[in-house]
Structures are given as structure tokens and as C-alpha cells.
Design a protein around this ligand. Structure first.
Ligand code: RIB
Ligand code: CA
Length: 312
């Protein structure tokens, strides 16, 4: 098996948590690091939550590095309504055994990528892009050296989920997102247009709940929490599966259809900050960005179930 070296940058967060469990259960992925950022909840909580998840998955071999505790310029704004005050829905949190590594996330990303062959390290970003933006500032050669970058963020035909015009990850740090999309990184973007197709319905959650193991039951509880929140706040009887789609894309890209594009981000207007302008009229051969337009929802959930069954 050809293993893919991978760094996961995240703000767990209920859906980040399911994405981490999927990654921890997938032997195709050589997980070099999990880096954390403030977003859904504070940096202290996102870092603790990443450590909790690696402990319950039995993956304390994967180092966790804490990163930015606030956006590049904008004021911090969490999403506690959708993730619970502690960031893991209704799960009981605890102080994990193993600490985070001492290095700062941005430096850990630079070191991991620059010390390995060009193009060999992939990066999955599941939260505000502050850490990647800081890493690019620290090492300008990073963009060229990075392998595939897959990002959950943005919206085109779906409109926004934190404002009428913006999706949360881009809205939370629009300056970081603008910097990343203006860099030479080669990026596949799973925005709301894709993740709103991948719906955690009652049947799909029940199928995960029926799996053996604490991790599967934990994932089901996290998804049920999201379903309840979406029902209460948005009126849907399902929860969009956002962040795990980045890992599913790395594992089975055939479950998705992406189109070449150019993405730019609005950073100045309070009305439209974080809006992603996804321009599809580009030259396919030279496009650095690809926008995921379609997702095989059942294929994603079948993959998640098959992997979660492997966890303790
Ligand atoms: O808009 C969805 C994104 O915002 C997900 O990454 C979720 O975890 C929140 O951070
Ligand atoms: Ca997230």
C-alpha cells in the first residue's frame, strides 16, 4: 500500500472529531501531525479535544501541536452554538494522558513538509486557515513543497452558514483564507455545495451507532448532537457532514467530482466578509484550485462505517 503522509489542521468541533476518528482508523494515511486552531471553541479546548480523540482511538503515536489562538486580524468568534461549550457536543470531556507537543503548529507544519520530499505531504484543513497562513509566511517555499491541500470551507450555490454570504471557516479568518488562496498551494475545496449533499440522517447515524466499539458510539453521539442542533437552529432533520469529507476525499476521491476554478475571498466588508468568489471560467490545465461540486453521500457514510468499525 502506498501511504499518504498527512497533516490535519482542525478546530474540534463535532464534525472535526468524526473526521479525526476516520483518519485515525485509516492505514493508508501516515499521520505526521494534528495541528489545532481556535475556531469552533477556544484553542485550549480544540487542543484538548484533539488529544481526547487520539486517546480514545488509541493513536497517541500522532503528535498534537497547538496553533493560533486568534485570527490574523479579525476578532475571535466561536461556533459554540453548533458544537457545545466544550466543543464535543454532549460528550463528557476529560484531561487526556498525553500532552500536546511543545512546538507551535505553524512551525511543525513547516518542519514536517520541508524535511520530506517535495509533494509528499498532504494537508487537510478543517477549520479557519490561520495556521496555514502563518506557516506560509514563515516559509515562502512551503506552497510549492506541499502536496495536495484539501480544505473544508467556502460556499458557492449554497450561500453561507454563518452569514448570508459566508461559510464559517472562511468567515472566521477571511484574511488567512485570502492569503492561502492567493498562494501557490494546490487546493481542493469542499464547500457547503458539497458537504450539504453528505447528510447525516437518522438512518445513517443509527448504522454507525450499531457498530461495535466506543469510538463508533462516540461518532454516533456526535452526529446525533449535530442533528439535534440543526433541527433546532436551522430546521433540518439531518446534519451536513462537513470536515470528514476532507479525509474521505483523500481516501476515496472517486466519491467526489471536482471542477477547476479560481477562488478569491472578500476580506473588508462586514456584510460579505468571508465570501468565496468561486470562478469556474478558468483554464483547466493551469488551475490551482478545484471546487467539489458533487459528493456520493452514501459512499462517504459506508467508508466511515467501515473504518470506525476498526477502532476500539
Ligand atoms: O462551516 C462548517 C465548518 O465550520 C466546519 O469545519 C465546522 O467544524 C466549523 O468549523
Ligand atoms: Ca471544523
Amino acid at each position: 500500500m502506498q501511504r499518504q503522509s498527512l497533516i490535519i489542521d482542525c478546530d474540534p468541533g463535532v464534525d472535526d472529531a468524526v473526521g479525526l476518528l476516520l483518519a485515525f482508523a485509516s492505514p493508508e494515511l501516515d499521520l505526521l501531525a494534528v495541528t489545532t486552531v481556535a475556531g469552533n471553541v477556544s484553542l485550549e479546548r480544540t487542543t484538548r479535544n484533539a488529544r481526547i480523540l487520539r486517546q480514545i482511538a488509541g493513536r497517541e503515536d500522532v503528535p498534537v501541536f497547538a496553533g493560533a489562538e486568534r485570527p490574523l486580524r479579525r476578532d475571535p468568534a466561536d461556533a459554540g452554538d453548533f458544537h457545545g461549550a466544550e466543543g464535543l457536543g454532549g460528550l463528557e470531556t476529560f484531561e487526556p494522558d498525553a500532552p500536546a507537543a511543545p512546538e507551535v503548529a505553524a512551525h511543525a507544519i513547516v518542519e514536517a513538509v520541508m524535511s520530506r520530499p517535495a509533494g509528499s505531504v498532504a494537508l487537510a484543513v478543517m477549520g479557519p486557515m490561520t495556521n496555514l497562513a502563518l506557516a506560509l509566511r514563515a516559509e515562502p517555499a512551503l506552497a510549492e513543497r506541499l502536496g495536495p491541500v484539501v480544505i473544508m470551507g467556502g460556499a458557492r450555490s449554497e450561500g453561507g452558514n454563518i452569514t448570508a454570504s459566508a461559510e464559517y471557516n472562511i468567515w472566521a479568518d477571511p484574511d488567512a483564507a485570502a492569503q492561502v488562496f492567493a498562494s501557490d498551494c494546490r487546493i481542493t475545496v469542499l464547500g457547503l455545495d458539497a458537504t450539504h449533499q453528505v447528510r447525516a440522517t437518522a438512518d445513517r447515524i443509527a448504522a454507525i451507532q450499531a457498530l461495535p466499539g466506543f469510538c463508533a458510539r462516540t461518532a454516533a453521539a456526535l452526529l446525533r448532537f449535530s442533528q439535534d442542533v440543526e433541527r433546532r437552529i436551522v430546521g433540518w432533520d439531518w446534519a451536513p457532514l462537513h470536515d470528514p469529507c476532507t479525509i474521505a476525499w483523500l481516501l476515496k476521491p472517486e466519491l467526489f467530482r471536482a471542477v477547476p476554478c479560481r477562488i478569491e475571498v472578500e476580506t473588508e466588508s462586514d456584510l460579505t466578509r468571508g465570501h468565496t468568489a468561486v470562478e469556474l471560467r478558468v483554464d483547466a490545465a493551469s488551475a490551482r484550485h478545484h471546487w467539489v461540486a458533487e459528493a456520493d453521500a452514501q459512499g462517504v457514510f459506508d467508508l466511515i462505517a467501515e473504518r470506525l468499525e476498526r477502532l476500539p
